[in-house]
Ligand binder design. Structure first.
Ligand SMILES: Cc1ncc(COP(=O)(O)O)c(C=O)c1O
Length: 418
């Protein structure tokens, strides 16, 4: 393809060939390649990270660039030790090390002098870091704990991440006295904190605010969050689920300081998203020390030394990998701008996102579209499907991927829309 060396772009060359009726496309050995240039990238050519070639998986909100290289190094470097329990004699307990590191990062003990006995007592009273097998287990444990002391109501937005409602449904199926109260998002698909506040009754035990929300990717303004916390009685635990907080555009202040300040606020985080460690199953919460008793640990399926040693070491390393964090964020921010442009061109409306996924209105039933995408090996979440979301009829949720994955999705979507 000598022409390609002349500065003519590949796409221009192919277009020219077609316009001139040369018929070059039919004879070139690069026919498939040429077709791609004209019709757009397809899943068949895409090699995502950690999945077989040809699959475009945009349905699980995974980190498209893969894990932190520093985390991989930590896993490889300690693989030979996995026959040992990690909290054994004469070895440093890596879980405690990680918890201490997280305390330092989040300033839990920043103003204390731990040589001073009074400060030591204060350190015990301060919010605690609870490391766990993924942050979903923290939500499950908090909901299950509602059953203690007579049960009660759990408030969450609708639509929201499904784990809380699933846990409530399961507990109810076993006769548990726990009720789910769903408060619809307001205009713009954002949390309606006023309505959530009004929904609080004497039986309310727990409120969950996913920030940014899943599936809408929307952020709750910080001042609204502060007002809400101030207005909610202290007997009600507020969970702020910050699984995707790193993907909020710079300038948004996370809720860790609110978690430190208020005795009824728990902030949960995961290593599954920006750190790219979903398969390692590790997350953590910063929250009131009294909450994390043996019962909570039990509901969270956590036992002495039960968190995978390699997961802990990988998480500890990933926290330091600023380059990986930045690349992960930039991939998402760049990807979303591309998707916005493409959705605009297609005349599809979407909710601007502050997360690593977004919801798009197909303006027609989404289930057949998702099925047609699946036939092209492109996987997205169907809001109308069994794993879908209330109040988002005709929408799909797409995780933002590598640029080639986003492009293959758009190519497939153009075909699927008909
Ligand atoms: C909003 C939200 N919270 C929590 C989780 C759970 O994450 P993990 O259990 O992998 O830490 C997810 C996973 O997708 C999520 O979307």
């Amino acid at each position: 393809m000598a022409q390609l060396q002349t500065g003519l772009s590949r796409r221009d060359f192919i277009k020219g060939a077609v316009a001139g009726g040369v018929g070059v496309l039919a004879v070139t050995p690069d026919y498939a390649w040429a077709q791609t240039l004209l019709s757009g990238r397809t899943a068949a050519e895409v090699q995502g990270t950690g999945i077989p070639k040809g699959i475009v998986r945009l349905s699980y909100n995974e980190n498209p660039i893969g894990p932190s290289p520093m985390a991989i190094e930590a896993i490889m470097g300690h693989a030979h030790e996995v026959h040992r329990y990690h909290a054994s004699t004469n070895t440093r307990n890596p879980e405690q090390f990680l918890a201490r590191k997280l305390k330092r990062i989040h300033g839990v003990l920043a103003d204390l002098n731990l040589r001073n006995p009074d400060d030591q007592k204060e350190a015990i009273r301060r919010q605690h870091i609870f490391v766990c097998h993924g942050s979903e287990r923290i939500l499950i444990a908090a909901v299950t704990k509602v059953l203690e002391n007579g049960g009660g109501e759990v408030i969450e937005a609708a639509p929201a991440y499904g784990s809380v409602a699933r846990t409530v449904g399961f507990l109810q199926s076993k006769g548990g006295a726990v009720e789910m109260v769903h408060v619809p998002l307001k205009a713009g698909n954002v949390h309606d904190l006023e309505a959530m506040q009004q929904a609080i009754t004497d039986r309310t035990r727990l409120v969950i605010i996913t920030n940014p929300n899943n599936p809408t990717g929307t952020l709750t303004p910080r001042d609204e969050l502060e007002r809400f916390i101030a207005a909610v009685p202290e007997r009600v635990l507020i969970i702020i689920d910050e699984a995707y907080i790193h993907f909020a555009e710079p300038g948004y202040q996370d809720a860790m300081d609110l978690g430190l300040k208020h005795k009824n606020v728990l902030v949960s985080r995961t290593f599954s998203k920006v750190y790219g460690l979903a398969g390692m199953r590790i997350g953590y919460a910063l929250g009131p020390p009294a909450l994390f008793d043996y019962g909570f640990e039990f509901y969270a399926a956590k036992d002495w030394g039960s968190i995978n040693r390699l997961a802990i070491l990988a998480a500890t390393a990933a926290l330091d990998d600023k380059d990986h964090i930045r690349r992960s964020q930039e991939t998402i921010w760049q990807g979303k701008r591309y998707l916005y442009e493409e959705f605009d061109k297609l005349g599809l409306s979407y909710t601007p996102t502050q997360s690593s996924f977004m919801v798009v209105d197909m303006k027609q039933p989404s289930t057949p579209i998702v099925a047609r995408l699946r036939e092209k090996n492109v996987f997205v979440r169907d809001a109308d499907g069994p794993l879908g979301y209330v109040n988002l009829s005709n929408h799909i949720r797409i995780s933002i991927g590598l640029m080639e994955e986003n492009e293959a999705f758009i190519t497939a979507l153009k075909g699927a829309l008909g």
